[in-house]
Design a binder for this molecule. Structure first.
Ligand SMILES: Nc1ncnc2c1ncn2[C@@H]1O[C@H](COP(=O)(O)OP(=O)(O)OP(=O)(O)O)[C@@H](O)[C@H]1O
Ligand SMILES: [Mg+2]
Length: 315
């Protein structure tokens, strides 16, 4: 299925004829004799937020790791901003490496460093800026992701799960990337934090003109912030497009995913009139309230929110 439905915004400073941020063609990946990807094709367009979904173990994280060069492909080509990352010079790779930021599935913060030092790490690695300037910029990035100023002094173990995600996001955004990779950014977050994180990603992608490759199990995130969704199943991208386009496909996993009970609940929350994002938040809020409040408190929750249907983090 083609994926032309949504026109991604173009950054003012972006060359219109620049190659797509990501072009994967005929990718083959394997661990030993276990094939993970077979002839996988995927293009990510400039300025879009692409959701990447698929069952657990389908190969989403391996795809991300392969695109950023942490795993060598066993076949096919991967181009990032037109550069074949497995056949590029060191200089080309250094340039590309600065153009992307990654939020790994496990956060991957250095546990012995403070948040400020974690966010500063890419500056020390890629620039020769003065230490004081680097820490000033790190504090700006920390603020950008909505963390309180004191968070910069804390170690990862002293943060809540939601704060850790934001700290990892601050580090991913350190060098002002054009391309942001997110692996399960809302997993493990309560519904309100997940909704807030979704909004943060959407705001950042719009204000900074970022292209976002976001792996997620969270149907609410897909509805709230993704322009298109790519589905990984059967070792390849079996379909990509807008959610209405995907719902029309006959692939059994896609049908179950979008038209099963959770998929329908997520869709309902977005189909209400007015502001979809507010509705998303209202649904999340109602569910959080339902967890530990009295009946009286519950009566104040948004009347039309199907509270119990909001998945908790990774669905
Ligand atoms: N380093 C590795 N060595 C061997 N096998 C691996 C390695 N990393 C991943 N795999 C295998 O590759 C397959 C795909 O893993 P991957 O982590 O990409 O799944 P995923 O789609 O991200 O799943 P989840 O939604 O649970 O995160 C799994 O079967 C996994 O066991
Ligand atoms: Mg994964």
């Amino acid at each position: 299925m083609s994926a032309e439905a949504v026109e991604a915004p173009v950054r003012p400073d972006q060359q219109v004829d620049e190659p797509p941020p990501i072009e994967v063609a005929g990718l083959v990946s394997a661990f030993g004799d276990r094939t993970i990807h077979e002839n996988l094709d995927l293009t990510v367009k400039a300025g879009e937020v692409l959701g990447v979904v698929g069952g657990s173990g389908a190969g989403k994280s391996v795809l991300l790791n392969t695109i950023i060069g942490l795993k060598q492909p066993d076949g096919g080509t991967i181009k990032v901003f037109g550069v074949d990352i497995n056949r590029s010079s060191q200089d080309e790779m250094a340039t590309i490496d600065r153009r992307w930021g990654v939020l790994f599935q496990n956060g991957a913060l250095f546990s012995n460093l403070t948040v400020r030092e974690n966010v500063a790490a890419p500056f020390f690695e890629h620039t020769d800026m003065a230490r004081a300037d680097i820490y000033e910029l790190a504090d700006l990035k920390i603020a950008l992701t909505g963390l309180p100023p004191h968070a910069g002094d804390l170690k990862p173990a002293e943060l809540s799960g939601g704060m850790r995600k934001r700290a990892a996001l601050a580090r991913a955004l350190a060098l002002d990337p054009d391309l942001l990779f997110l692996d399960e950014p809302t997993s493990g977050l309560d519904p309100i934090s997940a909704g807030a994180f979704d909004e943060l990603i959407r705001d950042l992608s719009e204000s900074l003109g970022l292209t976002v490759f976001m792996i997620t199990h969270d149907l609410y995130s897909l509805y709230a912030i993704c322009d298109r969704v790519a589905v990984i199943a059967d070792k390849k991208v079996v379909a990509s497009g807008t959610i209405p386009e995907l719902k029309k496909t006959t692939h059994p996993w896609i049908q179950e995913y979008f038209n099963g009970p959770r998929g329908r609940a997520a869709a309902q929350s977005e189909e209400k009139p007015e502001d979809g994002a507010s509705e998303h938040k209202a649904v999340a809020k109602a569910e959080a309230l339902s967890q530990d409040t009295t009946e009286k408190d519950l009566a104040k929750a948004p009347a039309k929110a199907p509270a119990k249907d909001r998945p908790q983090g990774a669905a």
